[in-house]
Write a protein that binds this ligand. Structure first.
Ligand code: ATP
Ligand code: MG
Length: 332
């Protein structure tokens, strides 16, 4: 088996949360030694799809870069860059829109959820988001896309777009595989465990941020909603406890069953304390490294620029093939 070409994107915000960390960032760190290459992108163009502040966006890109480096991404072992620095993403988006079905875009859950929350304008960019996401991945002929469970539908769509392109214009693009973690692919909000933990959607006290202080993390986990009964078992009518079991299993890298066995007969209070210990142990070192890295914006910019150069070198020939196949520009 040849090494996979791994690609994933993450939105620029300083408010990255435990769900992002377990569902995505940890997979990136693991992927950088399996992937050849492993490519990770801070998707500032995706951030334009909802209301935002231009001056803040630049800052948030640095926040996210520093979080990823603090979590263990190493620019020597992966390609880390800012989406807008590689113009090929935007160009390929338009090309792929020719083989994207409007009806498919209409079915995307994320568009339905996020458009309902927009106060002033539902931007066409929000509707088009999955086409840009397809371009992000397909521009590198990536074979593997590590994401959380909420991105299943978007990955399925990009697979369909690649297949349709190849059928229409000849074999050009690679149909990538989804990769979601076995445990922790969908961490739920601690206060509203029916909803996923989210940067933009969830409750403030139900969202544990990667950069939260230890006492904040303990407070949020301590006040996580639990369910009626007293048993620590996973069950559809116990979404709160199920989520905490998931979190602890993911933090420790063990199965759900092992957590249930260990906490048989233990009360909710002690269980929550154990989950808090685990999460603090996971995130505190990341926050410490973040604080060292974040002030040096010149160094962060340099790392992103070097990553963009490597990314461009990979995407440019794919775009040349796409243009040629589509009859765009002079013949090659
Ligand atoms: P938003 O809710 O505004 O879309 P987000 O929290 O989903 O923000 P993203 O940057 O869109 O953050 O997602 C980055 C990665 O984190 C994606 O791979 C996504 O699937 C994953 N992810 C997001 N939320 C969770 C969650 N609650 N559990 C596990 N993985 C998640
Ligand atoms: Mg998201």
């Amino acid at each position: 088996m040849p090494a996979p070409i791994i690609f994933s994107g993450i939105q620029p915000t300083g408010r990255k949360h435990l769900g992002n960390y377990i569902g995505a960032i940890r997979q990136y760190v693991e992927g950088q030694d399996r992937g050849d290459p492993a490519i990770f992108c801070i998707v500032d163009l995706h951030a334009l799809s909802v209301a935002y502040d231009p001056a803040e966006l630049r800052e948030r890109v640095y926040d996210t870069t520093a979080i990823l480096l603090a979590a263990g991404l190493d620019p020597e072992r992966c390609i880390l860059f800012r989406q807008s620095d590689v113009r090929e993403h935007a160009e390929l988006t338009w090309m792929l829109s020719a083989v994207t079905s409007h009806g498919d875009l209409n079915r995307m859950h994320q568009f339905k959820d996020k458009s309902a929350k927009q106060q002033e304008l539902v931007a066409a960019a929000l509707f088009f988001y999955p086409v840009l996401m397809a371009a992000d991945v397909l521009a590198y002929r990536a074979t593997e896309v590590p994401v959380g469970d909420d991105q299943r539908q978007h990955v399925e769509l990009m697979r369909e777009i690649a297949r349709r392109f190849n059928e229409r214009f000849g074999e050009t693009l690679v149909v990538p595989e989804l990769r979601v973690p076995a445990v922790g692919a969908r961490i739920m909000d601690l206060q509203e465990p029916e909803r996923k933990m989210s940067t933009t959607g969830g409750t403030a006290s139900g969202t544990v941020l990667v950069l939260d202080e230890e006492k904040t993390i303990r407070k949020k986990l301590g006040s996580a909603v639990t369910d009626s009964g007293s048993e620590i078992v996973r069950s559809p009518d116990k979404p709160g406890v199920t989520n905490l079991i998931d979190i602890l299993a993911a933090v420790r890298g063990i199965g759900h069953d092992a957590v249930e066995r260990e906490f048989e007969g233990v009360g909710y209070g002690d269980f929550k304390q154990a989950v808090a210990d685990g999460v603090v142990g996971l995130l505190a070192p990341v926050r410490e490294r973040y604080e060292q890295l974040r002030p040096d914006e010149a160094a962060l910019e340099e790392a992103l620029a070097a990553g963009a150069e490597k990314a461009r070198a990979l995407a440019a020939p794919v775009l040349a093939d796409v243009r040629d196949r589509m009859g765009i520009g002079p013949s090659a």
